[in-house]
Design a protein around this ligand. Structure first.
Ligand code: BES
Ligand code: MN
Ligand code: ZN
Length: 529
Protein backbone atom coordinates (compact mmCIF):
# COMPACT_ATOMS: atom_id res chain seq x y z
CA UNK A 1 0.00 0.00 0.00
CA UNK A 2 0.91 3.68 0.32
CA UNK A 3 0.72 6.53 -2.15
CA UNK A 4 2.83 9.22 -3.72
CA UNK A 5 5.22 11.48 -1.85
CA UNK A 6 4.80 14.63 -3.88
CA UNK A 7 6.84 17.62 -2.68
CA UNK A 8 5.57 21.17 -2.37
CA UNK A 9 7.40 24.50 -2.47
CA UNK A 10 6.88 28.23 -3.07
CA UNK A 11 8.35 30.43 -5.78
CA UNK A 12 8.03 34.15 -6.51
CA UNK A 13 10.04 34.51 -9.72
CA UNK A 14 8.44 35.15 -13.12
CA UNK A 15 6.30 32.11 -14.09
CA UNK A 16 7.27 32.58 -17.74
CA UNK A 17 10.86 31.75 -16.83
CA UNK A 18 10.30 28.75 -14.58
CA UNK A 19 12.12 25.57 -15.63
CA UNK A 20 9.26 23.16 -15.00
CA UNK A 21 7.36 20.67 -17.16
CA UNK A 22 4.11 22.63 -17.03
CA UNK A 23 2.71 25.95 -15.80
CA UNK A 24 -0.88 25.96 -14.59
CA UNK A 25 -2.89 29.19 -14.98
CA UNK A 26 -6.50 29.93 -14.09
CA UNK A 27 -9.21 30.66 -16.62
CA UNK A 28 -12.59 32.24 -15.84
CA UNK A 29 -15.70 32.02 -17.94
CA UNK A 30 -17.56 35.28 -18.40
CA UNK A 31 -20.86 36.20 -19.93
CA UNK A 32 -20.86 38.65 -22.82
CA UNK A 33 -23.56 40.96 -24.14
CA UNK A 34 -23.33 39.36 -27.59
CA UNK A 35 -26.24 37.16 -28.67
CA UNK A 36 -23.91 34.17 -28.49
CA UNK A 37 -20.65 33.45 -30.24
CA UNK A 38 -20.93 31.55 -33.51
CA UNK A 39 -17.40 30.38 -34.28
CA UNK A 40 -14.51 29.18 -32.12
CA UNK A 41 -12.51 32.41 -32.39
CA UNK A 42 -15.51 34.41 -31.15
CA UNK A 43 -15.44 32.47 -27.90
CA UNK A 44 -12.37 34.44 -26.82
CA UNK A 45 -14.76 37.10 -25.49
CA UNK A 46 -16.25 34.56 -23.08
CA UNK A 47 -12.85 33.79 -21.52
CA UNK A 48 -10.98 35.77 -18.89
CA UNK A 49 -7.47 34.88 -17.81
CA UNK A 50 -7.20 34.80 -14.02
CA UNK A 51 -4.79 36.94 -12.00
CA UNK A 52 -1.39 35.29 -11.96
CA UNK A 53 -1.39 34.49 -15.68
CA UNK A 54 -0.15 37.97 -16.75
CA UNK A 55 3.42 37.14 -17.69
CA UNK A 56 2.38 33.98 -19.53
CA UNK A 57 -0.22 35.98 -21.46
CA UNK A 58 2.38 38.62 -22.30
CA UNK A 59 4.73 35.95 -23.68
CA UNK A 60 1.94 34.94 -26.06
CA UNK A 61 1.68 38.52 -27.37
CA UNK A 62 -1.85 38.86 -26.11
CA UNK A 63 -3.08 35.87 -28.16
CA UNK A 64 -3.44 33.39 -25.28
CA UNK A 65 -7.23 33.68 -24.73
CA UNK A 66 -7.82 33.47 -28.47
CA UNK A 67 -5.68 30.32 -28.67
CA UNK A 68 -7.45 28.78 -25.70
CA UNK A 69 -10.78 29.56 -27.36
CA UNK A 70 -9.60 27.76 -30.50
CA UNK A 71 -8.77 24.76 -28.33
CA UNK A 72 -12.33 24.73 -27.03
CA UNK A 73 -11.80 26.27 -23.60
CA UNK A 74 -14.86 27.53 -21.75
CA UNK A 75 -13.32 28.30 -18.33
CA UNK A 76 -15.86 26.01 -16.66
CA UNK A 77 -14.99 24.48 -13.27
CA UNK A 78 -12.83 21.37 -13.61
CA UNK A 79 -11.95 22.00 -17.26
CA UNK A 80 -8.28 21.41 -18.15
CA UNK A 81 -6.87 22.63 -21.49
CA UNK A 82 -3.24 21.90 -22.38
CA UNK A 83 -1.27 24.07 -24.74
CA UNK A 84 2.26 23.42 -26.09
CA UNK A 85 4.23 26.64 -25.66
CA UNK A 86 6.77 26.04 -28.47
CA UNK A 87 9.36 28.28 -26.85
CA UNK A 88 7.19 31.26 -25.91
CA UNK A 89 7.84 30.57 -22.22
CA UNK A 90 10.44 28.31 -20.57
CA UNK A 91 7.98 25.53 -19.65
CA UNK A 92 6.99 23.37 -22.62
CA UNK A 93 3.35 23.23 -21.54
CA UNK A 94 0.79 25.74 -20.32
CA UNK A 95 -2.30 24.31 -18.70
CA UNK A 96 -5.42 26.44 -18.29
CA UNK A 97 -7.67 25.20 -15.53
CA UNK A 98 -11.28 26.37 -15.41
CA UNK A 99 -12.40 28.43 -12.40
CA UNK A 100 -15.92 29.31 -13.54
CA UNK A 101 -17.17 32.91 -13.52
CA UNK A 102 -14.98 35.44 -11.72
CA UNK A 103 -16.74 36.36 -8.46
CA UNK A 104 -17.52 40.08 -8.63
CA UNK A 105 -14.78 42.06 -6.92
CA UNK A 106 -13.41 39.03 -5.09
CA UNK A 107 -10.91 36.24 -5.53
CA UNK A 108 -12.25 32.73 -6.20
CA UNK A 109 -13.49 30.78 -3.17
CA UNK A 110 -10.84 28.56 -1.57
CA UNK A 111 -12.78 25.45 -2.57
CA UNK A 112 -12.72 26.56 -6.24
CA UNK A 113 -8.93 26.79 -6.04
CA UNK A 114 -8.66 23.51 -4.17
CA UNK A 115 -10.59 21.64 -6.85
CA UNK A 116 -8.91 23.42 -9.76
CA UNK A 117 -5.39 22.78 -8.47
CA UNK A 118 -6.25 19.12 -8.05
CA UNK A 119 -7.84 18.79 -11.49
CA UNK A 120 -4.73 20.28 -13.12
CA UNK A 121 -2.31 18.09 -11.17
CA UNK A 122 -4.36 14.97 -11.93
CA UNK A 123 -4.36 15.83 -15.66
CA UNK A 124 -0.58 16.28 -15.54
CA UNK A 125 0.24 12.77 -14.30
CA UNK A 126 3.53 11.82 -15.92
CA UNK A 127 5.04 15.30 -15.55
CA UNK A 128 7.76 15.59 -12.94
CA UNK A 129 7.68 19.28 -12.00
CA UNK A 130 4.58 21.46 -12.16
CA UNK A 131 4.16 25.12 -11.18
CA UNK A 132 0.81 26.70 -10.37
CA UNK A 133 0.17 30.40 -10.79
CA UNK A 134 -3.43 30.81 -9.67
CA UNK A 135 -5.33 33.90 -8.46
CA UNK A 136 -4.20 34.05 -4.81
CA UNK A 137 -5.29 37.34 -3.21
CA UNK A 138 -2.53 39.44 -1.64
CA UNK A 139 -4.62 40.37 1.42
CA UNK A 140 -6.06 38.72 4.55
CA UNK A 141 -7.72 36.05 2.38
CA UNK A 142 -4.33 35.07 0.95
CA UNK A 143 -3.38 32.36 3.48
CA UNK A 144 -6.70 30.49 3.12
CA UNK A 145 -6.37 30.62 -0.69
CA UNK A 146 -2.80 29.36 -0.54
CA UNK A 147 -3.76 26.62 1.91
CA UNK A 148 -6.56 25.47 -0.38
CA UNK A 149 -4.39 25.54 -3.50
CA UNK A 150 -1.60 23.59 -1.83
CA UNK A 151 -3.96 21.00 -0.34
CA UNK A 152 -5.77 20.53 -3.63
CA UNK A 153 -2.53 20.11 -5.59
CA UNK A 154 -1.16 17.50 -3.18
CA UNK A 155 -4.44 15.59 -2.94
CA UNK A 156 -4.85 15.57 -6.72
CA UNK A 157 -1.48 13.82 -6.88
CA UNK A 158 -2.72 10.99 -4.65
CA UNK A 159 -2.72 7.51 -6.08
CA UNK A 160 -3.36 4.26 -4.24
CA UNK A 161 -0.55 1.83 -5.04
CA UNK A 162 -3.01 -1.04 -5.43
CA UNK A 163 -2.29 -4.70 -5.99
CA UNK A 164 -1.50 -5.11 -9.70
CA UNK A 165 1.29 -7.60 -10.31
CA UNK A 166 2.49 -5.83 -13.48
CA UNK A 167 3.19 -2.15 -14.02
CA UNK A 168 0.51 -0.47 -16.15
CA UNK A 169 2.23 1.14 -19.16
CA UNK A 170 -0.67 3.52 -19.79
CA UNK A 171 -0.85 4.74 -16.18
CA UNK A 172 1.48 7.69 -15.75
CA UNK A 173 3.00 8.31 -12.31
CA UNK A 174 1.66 11.22 -10.24
CA UNK A 175 3.39 14.62 -10.39
CA UNK A 176 6.53 14.51 -8.23
CA UNK A 177 7.18 18.16 -7.37
CA UNK A 178 4.69 21.02 -7.15
CA UNK A 179 5.61 24.70 -6.89
CA UNK A 180 3.06 27.37 -6.05
CA UNK A 181 3.68 30.90 -7.29
CA UNK A 182 3.10 33.58 -4.62
CA UNK A 183 3.97 37.30 -4.39
CA UNK A 184 6.63 36.65 -1.72
CA UNK A 185 8.03 33.14 -1.29
CA UNK A 186 9.97 34.22 1.81
CA UNK A 187 6.81 35.27 3.67
CA UNK A 188 6.60 33.36 6.95
CA UNK A 189 2.84 32.94 6.88
CA UNK A 190 3.03 31.52 3.35
CA UNK A 191 5.81 29.14 4.39
CA UNK A 192 3.72 28.01 7.37
CA UNK A 193 0.72 27.33 5.15
CA UNK A 194 2.84 25.23 2.81
CA UNK A 195 4.27 23.09 5.58
CA UNK A 196 0.82 22.69 7.16
CA UNK A 197 -0.59 21.64 3.78
CA UNK A 198 2.07 18.95 3.54
CA UNK A 199 1.18 17.55 6.97
CA UNK A 200 -2.55 17.73 6.25
CA UNK A 201 -2.24 16.09 2.84
CA UNK A 202 -0.20 13.25 4.33
CA UNK A 203 -2.96 12.69 6.90
CA UNK A 204 -5.63 12.64 4.20
CA UNK A 205 -3.67 10.30 1.93
CA UNK A 206 -2.90 8.00 4.83
CA UNK A 207 -6.63 7.80 5.55
CA UNK A 208 -7.27 7.04 1.88
CA UNK A 209 -4.63 4.31 1.91
CA UNK A 210 -6.16 2.62 4.95
CA UNK A 211 -9.66 2.84 3.45
CA UNK A 212 -8.51 1.55 0.05
CA UNK A 213 -6.63 -1.40 1.51
CA UNK A 214 -8.39 -4.68 0.72
CA UNK A 215 -10.38 -5.92 3.73
CA UNK A 216 -8.54 -9.27 3.83
CA UNK A 217 -5.36 -7.26 4.36
CA UNK A 218 -6.77 -5.01 7.06
CA UNK A 219 -8.57 -6.82 9.86
CA UNK A 220 -8.85 -5.52 13.43
CA UNK A 221 -5.48 -6.86 14.71
CA UNK A 222 -3.50 -5.67 11.67
CA UNK A 223 -5.35 -2.33 11.55
CA UNK A 224 -4.56 -1.81 15.23
CA UNK A 225 -0.89 -2.71 14.62
CA UNK A 226 -0.67 -0.37 11.65
CA UNK A 227 -2.16 2.53 13.63
CA UNK A 228 -0.11 1.79 16.77
CA UNK A 229 3.17 1.59 14.85
CA UNK A 230 2.58 4.88 13.06
CA UNK A 231 1.44 6.56 16.28
CA UNK A 232 4.49 5.39 18.26
CA UNK A 233 6.79 6.68 15.51
CA UNK A 234 4.98 10.02 15.72
CA UNK A 235 5.54 10.18 19.49
CA UNK A 236 1.89 9.73 20.50
CA UNK A 237 0.77 7.77 23.56
CA UNK A 238 -0.57 4.36 22.50
CA UNK A 239 -2.73 1.84 24.33
CA UNK A 240 -4.14 -1.23 22.57
CA UNK A 241 -6.82 -3.36 24.22
CA UNK A 242 -6.98 -6.88 22.77
CA UNK A 243 -9.93 -9.26 23.16
CA UNK A 244 -8.86 -10.35 26.66
CA UNK A 245 -8.47 -6.78 27.84
CA UNK A 246 -11.83 -5.88 26.28
CA UNK A 247 -13.48 -8.78 28.11
CA UNK A 248 -11.82 -7.84 31.39
CA UNK A 249 -12.87 -4.22 30.93
CA UNK A 250 -16.50 -4.98 30.10
CA UNK A 251 -16.59 -3.60 26.56
CA UNK A 252 -19.75 -5.55 25.69
CA UNK A 253 -20.57 -3.71 22.46
CA UNK A 254 -17.15 -4.12 20.85
CA UNK A 255 -16.98 -7.77 21.93
CA UNK A 256 -20.48 -8.57 20.64
CA UNK A 257 -19.75 -7.28 17.15
CA UNK A 258 -16.35 -9.00 17.13
CA UNK A 259 -17.80 -12.40 18.06
CA UNK A 260 -18.56 -13.42 14.49
CA UNK A 261 -15.03 -13.04 13.19
CA UNK A 262 -11.94 -15.15 13.57
CA UNK A 263 -9.99 -11.88 13.69
CA UNK A 264 -10.67 -10.55 17.21
CA UNK A 265 -11.65 -6.95 18.00
CA UNK A 266 -9.45 -4.18 19.36
CA UNK A 267 -9.78 -0.80 21.02
CA UNK A 268 -6.89 1.55 20.26
CA UNK A 269 -6.38 4.69 22.32
CA UNK A 270 -3.96 7.37 21.10
CA UNK A 271 -3.05 10.46 23.06
CA UNK A 272 -1.36 13.75 22.42
CA UNK A 273 -0.36 16.12 25.24
CA UNK A 274 0.75 19.60 24.27
CA UNK A 275 4.03 20.77 25.75
CA UNK A 276 2.87 24.33 25.23
CA UNK A 277 0.18 24.32 27.89
CA UNK A 278 -1.62 27.62 28.21
CA UNK A 279 -0.12 29.74 31.02
CA UNK A 280 -3.24 29.42 33.17
CA UNK A 281 -3.31 25.66 32.65
CA UNK A 282 -6.57 25.93 30.75
CA UNK A 283 -5.69 23.57 27.92
CA UNK A 284 -8.88 21.97 26.63
CA UNK A 285 -9.21 18.21 26.32
CA UNK A 286 -10.73 16.93 23.08
CA UNK A 287 -11.75 13.30 22.63
CA UNK A 288 -12.07 11.94 19.09
CA UNK A 289 -13.83 8.65 18.37
CA UNK A 290 -13.88 6.86 15.00
CA UNK A 291 -15.77 3.77 13.81
CA UNK A 292 -13.36 1.02 12.81
CA UNK A 293 -15.42 -1.79 11.30
CA UNK A 294 -12.80 -3.30 8.97
CA UNK A 295 -15.55 -5.03 7.00
CA UNK A 296 -19.31 -4.87 7.44
CA UNK A 297 -21.18 -7.84 5.98
CA UNK A 298 -24.13 -6.91 8.18
CA UNK A 299 -23.49 -10.06 10.23
CA UNK A 300 -26.44 -12.45 10.68
CA UNK A 301 -28.72 -9.64 9.39
CA UNK A 302 -26.63 -9.92 6.24
CA UNK A 303 -26.43 -7.22 3.56
CA UNK A 304 -27.26 -7.83 -0.11
CA UNK A 305 -24.25 -8.79 -2.30
CA UNK A 306 -24.57 -5.75 -4.58
CA UNK A 307 -22.16 -3.08 -3.39
CA UNK A 308 -21.11 -5.02 -0.30
CA UNK A 309 -17.45 -4.56 -1.28
CA UNK A 310 -17.74 -0.89 -0.44
CA UNK A 311 -18.09 -1.92 3.19
CA UNK A 312 -14.31 -2.24 3.26
CA UNK A 313 -14.61 1.52 3.89
CA UNK A 314 -16.55 1.02 7.14
CA UNK A 315 -13.40 1.88 9.10
CA UNK A 316 -13.11 5.31 7.43
CA UNK A 317 -13.96 7.11 10.68
CA UNK A 318 -11.22 5.32 12.63
CA UNK A 319 -8.73 5.86 9.80
CA UNK A 320 -9.55 9.57 9.65
CA UNK A 321 -9.21 9.98 13.43
CA UNK A 322 -5.93 8.03 13.53
CA UNK A 323 -4.48 10.07 10.67
CA UNK A 324 -5.70 13.29 12.32
CA UNK A 325 -3.75 12.29 15.44
CA UNK A 326 -0.61 11.75 13.35
CA UNK A 327 -1.03 15.25 11.91
CA UNK A 328 -1.63 16.67 15.40
CA UNK A 329 1.65 15.11 16.56
CA UNK A 330 3.40 17.22 13.90
CA UNK A 331 1.32 20.40 14.15
CA UNK A 332 1.54 20.47 17.96
CA UNK A 333 -1.60 22.50 18.76
CA UNK A 334 -2.28 23.71 22.32
CA UNK A 335 -5.09 21.20 22.85
CA UNK A 336 -4.87 17.82 24.60
CA UNK A 337 -6.34 15.27 22.21
CA UNK A 338 -7.19 11.62 22.83
CA UNK A 339 -8.48 9.24 20.18
CA UNK A 340 -10.56 6.10 20.68
CA UNK A 341 -10.74 3.63 17.81
CA UNK A 342 -12.97 0.59 18.30
CA UNK A 343 -12.13 -2.03 15.66
CA UNK A 344 -14.11 -5.14 14.75
CA UNK A 345 -15.08 -7.18 11.71
CA UNK A 346 -18.84 -7.71 11.40
CA UNK A 347 -19.25 -11.28 10.12
CA UNK A 348 -22.02 -13.88 10.18
CA UNK A 349 -20.90 -17.15 11.71
CA UNK A 350 -21.77 -19.79 14.30
CA UNK A 351 -20.28 -17.55 16.96
CA UNK A 352 -21.77 -14.26 15.77
CA UNK A 353 -24.07 -12.07 17.86
CA UNK A 354 -27.70 -12.26 16.83
CA UNK A 355 -30.93 -10.29 16.76
CA UNK A 356 -32.60 -10.67 20.14
CA UNK A 357 -29.33 -10.65 22.08
CA UNK A 358 -29.10 -8.29 25.02
CA UNK A 359 -25.67 -6.71 25.39
CA UNK A 360 -24.31 -4.92 28.45
CA UNK A 361 -22.28 -1.96 27.26
CA UNK A 362 -19.17 -0.40 28.85
CA UNK A 363 -21.25 2.18 30.73
CA UNK A 364 -23.54 -0.55 32.07
CA UNK A 365 -26.54 0.20 29.87
CA UNK A 366 -28.26 -2.83 28.39
CA UNK A 367 -29.03 -2.84 24.67
CA UNK A 368 -31.47 -5.11 22.84
CA UNK A 369 -29.98 -6.06 19.47
CA UNK A 370 -32.56 -6.06 16.69
CA UNK A 371 -30.37 -5.91 13.61
CA UNK A 372 -26.73 -7.02 13.65
CA UNK A 373 -26.09 -4.62 10.77
CA UNK A 374 -26.44 -1.70 13.19
CA UNK A 375 -23.02 -2.70 14.54
CA UNK A 376 -21.38 0.71 14.39
CA UNK A 377 -23.33 2.15 17.31
CA UNK A 378 -22.48 -0.93 19.41
CA UNK A 379 -18.71 -0.44 19.14
CA UNK A 380 -18.98 3.35 19.31
CA UNK A 381 -21.15 3.36 22.44
CA UNK A 382 -18.38 1.58 24.35
CA UNK A 383 -15.64 3.83 22.99
CA UNK A 384 -17.59 7.03 23.74
CA UNK A 385 -18.36 5.91 27.28
CA UNK A 386 -14.65 5.17 27.82
CA UNK A 387 -13.72 8.61 26.44
CA UNK A 388 -16.08 10.26 28.92
CA UNK A 389 -14.75 8.14 31.77
CA UNK A 390 -11.20 9.30 30.97
CA UNK A 391 -12.46 12.89 31.02
CA UNK A 392 -12.81 15.39 28.18
CA UNK A 393 -14.17 18.88 27.52
CA UNK A 394 -15.44 18.01 24.04
CA UNK A 395 -16.25 14.71 22.35
CA UNK A 396 -16.37 14.42 18.57
CA UNK A 397 -17.21 11.08 17.02
CA UNK A 398 -17.25 10.22 13.32
CA UNK A 399 -18.53 7.13 11.57
CA UNK A 400 -19.92 5.61 8.40
CA UNK A 401 -23.01 5.00 10.50
CA UNK A 402 -26.14 4.95 8.37
CA UNK A 403 -27.36 4.56 4.82
CA UNK A 404 -29.96 7.08 6.01
CA UNK A 405 -27.28 9.79 5.91
CA UNK A 406 -26.74 9.14 2.20
CA UNK A 407 -30.50 9.19 1.53
CA UNK A 408 -30.99 12.45 3.43
CA UNK A 409 -27.88 14.45 2.53
CA UNK A 410 -26.19 12.70 -0.38
CA UNK A 411 -22.56 11.87 -1.02
CA UNK A 412 -20.94 15.23 -0.29
CA UNK A 413 -22.58 16.54 2.86
CA UNK A 414 -22.08 14.80 6.19
CA UNK A 415 -24.78 14.86 8.89
CA UNK A 416 -23.89 16.32 12.27
CA UNK A 417 -25.85 15.70 15.48
CA UNK A 418 -25.26 16.51 19.14
CA UNK A 419 -24.76 19.64 21.26
CA UNK A 420 -25.84 22.71 19.30
CA UNK A 421 -22.76 24.88 19.90
CA UNK A 422 -20.23 22.16 19.14
CA UNK A 423 -22.19 21.09 16.04
CA UNK A 424 -22.00 24.68 14.81
CA UNK A 425 -18.25 24.73 15.33
CA UNK A 426 -17.92 21.44 13.46
CA UNK A 427 -19.99 22.87 10.63
CA UNK A 428 -17.81 26.01 10.45
CA UNK A 429 -14.65 23.91 10.48
CA UNK A 430 -16.06 21.76 7.68
CA UNK A 431 -16.99 24.82 5.62
CA UNK A 432 -13.45 26.17 5.92
CA UNK A 433 -12.06 22.80 4.89
CA UNK A 434 -14.41 22.27 1.94
CA UNK A 435 -16.01 19.33 3.80
CA UNK A 436 -19.62 20.46 4.20
CA UNK A 437 -21.85 19.15 6.99
CA UNK A 438 -25.47 19.83 7.86
CA UNK A 439 -27.07 19.83 11.33
CA UNK A 440 -29.66 17.18 12.09
CA UNK A 441 -31.97 16.96 15.12
CA UNK A 442 -32.29 14.33 17.84
CA UNK A 443 -36.09 14.29 18.31
CA UNK A 444 -37.82 12.87 21.38
CA UNK A 445 -40.17 10.72 19.29
CA UNK A 446 -37.22 8.99 17.66
CA UNK A 447 -35.83 8.16 21.10
CA UNK A 448 -39.29 6.98 22.22
CA UNK A 449 -39.40 4.64 19.24
CA UNK A 450 -36.25 3.00 20.54
CA UNK A 451 -37.72 2.03 23.92
CA UNK A 452 -37.07 -1.70 24.33
CA UNK A 453 -39.50 -4.23 25.73
CA UNK A 454 -36.73 -5.96 27.68
CA UNK A 455 -33.64 -3.76 27.89
CA UNK A 456 -32.75 -0.10 28.55
CA UNK A 457 -32.80 0.80 24.88
CA UNK A 458 -33.18 -1.02 21.61
CA UNK A 459 -30.43 -0.64 19.09
CA UNK A 460 -32.74 0.67 16.35
CA UNK A 461 -36.43 1.56 16.23
CA UNK A 462 -38.27 -1.16 18.16
CA UNK A 463 -40.42 -2.08 15.15
CA UNK A 464 -37.50 -1.59 12.76
CA UNK A 465 -39.21 1.45 11.27
CA UNK A 466 -36.59 3.20 9.15
CA UNK A 467 -38.14 6.65 9.64
CA UNK A 468 -35.47 9.08 10.83
CA UNK A 469 -32.86 6.43 10.16
CA UNK A 470 -29.82 8.70 10.55
CA UNK A 471 -31.34 10.29 13.65
CA UNK A 472 -31.80 6.90 15.33
CA UNK A 473 -28.03 6.51 15.17
CA UNK A 474 -27.45 9.89 16.82
CA UNK A 475 -30.11 9.30 19.48
CA UNK A 476 -28.56 5.94 20.35
CA UNK A 477 -25.03 7.34 20.64
CA UNK A 478 -26.23 10.14 22.97
CA UNK A 479 -26.91 7.43 25.60
CA UNK A 480 -23.16 6.90 25.91
CA UNK A 481 -22.08 10.51 26.42
CA UNK A 482 -21.74 11.86 29.96
CA UNK A 483 -24.38 14.52 30.69
CA UNK A 484 -22.07 17.51 30.95
CA UNK A 485 -19.89 16.78 27.90
CA UNK A 486 -20.58 18.76 24.70
CA UNK A 487 -20.50 16.24 21.86
CA UNK A 488 -20.95 15.92 18.11
CA UNK A 489 -21.58 12.89 15.92
CA UNK A 490 -20.53 13.25 12.27
CA UNK A 491 -22.15 10.65 9.99
CA UNK A 492 -19.82 10.30 6.97
CA UNK A 493 -21.44 7.28 5.28
CA UNK A 494 -21.66 9.20 1.98
CA UNK A 495 -18.69 11.61 1.91
CA UNK A 496 -16.01 9.19 3.16
CA UNK A 497 -15.96 7.11 -0.01
CA UNK A 498 -16.06 8.12 -3.67
CA UNK A 499 -17.17 5.32 -5.96
CA UNK A 500 -17.24 7.44 -9.14
CA UNK A 501 -14.57 8.78 -11.47
CA UNK A 502 -12.01 11.22 -10.05
CA UNK A 503 -13.30 14.78 -9.67
CA UNK A 504 -11.60 17.79 -8.06
CA UNK A 505 -9.31 16.47 -5.33
CA UNK A 506 -11.39 13.32 -4.89
CA UNK A 507 -9.77 10.27 -6.38
CA UNK A 508 -11.56 6.93 -6.58
CA UNK A 509 -12.11 5.25 -3.21
CA UNK A 510 -11.49 6.75 0.21
CA UNK A 511 -11.71 10.54 0.34
CA UNK A 512 -10.09 11.27 3.71
CA UNK A 513 -13.23 13.07 5.00
CA UNK A 514 -13.35 14.43 7.75
CA UNK A 515 -9.60 14.76 8.52
CA UNK A 516 -9.41 18.41 7.43
CA UNK A 517 -12.55 19.31 9.38
CA UNK A 518 -11.11 17.77 12.56
CA UNK A 519 -7.83 19.65 12.11
CA UNK A 520 -9.69 22.95 11.59
CA UNK A 521 -11.73 22.22 14.72
CA UNK A 522 -8.57 21.56 16.72
CA UNK A 523 -7.20 24.96 15.60
CA UNK A 524 -10.51 26.57 16.61
CA UNK A 525 -10.38 24.97 20.08
CA UNK A 526 -6.70 25.93 20.49
CA UNK A 527 -7.51 29.55 19.60
CA UNK A 528 -10.87 30.01 21.31
CA UNK A 529 -11.03 27.22 23.92
N1 BES B 1 -21.85 0.72 7.60
C1 BES B 1 -23.26 0.81 7.46
C2 BES B 1 -23.73 2.18 6.95
C3 BES B 1 -23.32 2.59 5.57
C4 BES B 1 -24.21 2.46 4.52
C5 BES B 1 -22.09 3.16 5.33
C6 BES B 1 -23.83 2.88 3.26
C7 BES B 1 -21.72 3.56 4.07
C8 BES B 1 -22.59 3.43 3.03
C9 BES B 1 -23.93 0.55 8.80
O1 BES B 1 -23.27 -0.31 9.65
C10 BES B 1 -25.24 -0.07 8.52
O2 BES B 1 -25.27 -1.16 8.04
N2 BES B 1 -26.30 0.65 8.81
C11 BES B 1 -27.60 0.16 8.61
C12 BES B 1 -28.34 0.44 9.88
C13 BES B 1 -29.65 -0.28 10.00
C14 BES B 1 -29.48 -1.76 10.07
C15 BES B 1 -30.35 0.22 11.24
C16 BES B 1 -28.18 0.90 7.41
O3 BES B 1 -27.77 2.02 7.15
O4 BES B 1 -29.01 0.34 6.73
MN1 MN C 1 -23.81 -2.33 9.33
ZN1 ZN D 1 -21.25 -0.47 9.40
Amino acid sequence: MTSSSTTLSLVDTDPAELAVDAIVIGLHSQTTDAAGPARAADFAGTLLLATGAESIAAAFDGRLTETLALLGATGGPGEVIKLATLGTVTAPLVVAVGLGPEPSGAAPAPETLRRAAAAAVRALAGAERVALTLPLPDDEDGPAALRATAEGALLGAYRFAGYKTRPQPTRRPPVAAITVHVPDAGDERAQAEISRAGVVARAVTRTRDWVNTAPNELRPPSFADSVATAAREAGLGVEVLDEQALAAGGYGGILAVGLGSEAPPRLVKLSYDPAIAAADGSVKRLALVGKGITFDTGGVSIKPAQGMWEMKSDMAGAAAVAATMLAIAELKPAVAVSAYLPMAENMPSATAYRPGDVVTMYNGKRVEVLNTDAEGRMVLGDAMARACEDGCDYLVETSTLTGGQVVALGKRVAGVMGSTDLCQRVQQAGDAAGEPTWPMPLPDDVRKGMDSEVADISQVNASMDRAGHMLQGGVFLREFVADEVPWAHIDIAGPSYHAGEPTGYWTKGGTGVPVRTLLELVDDIAANA
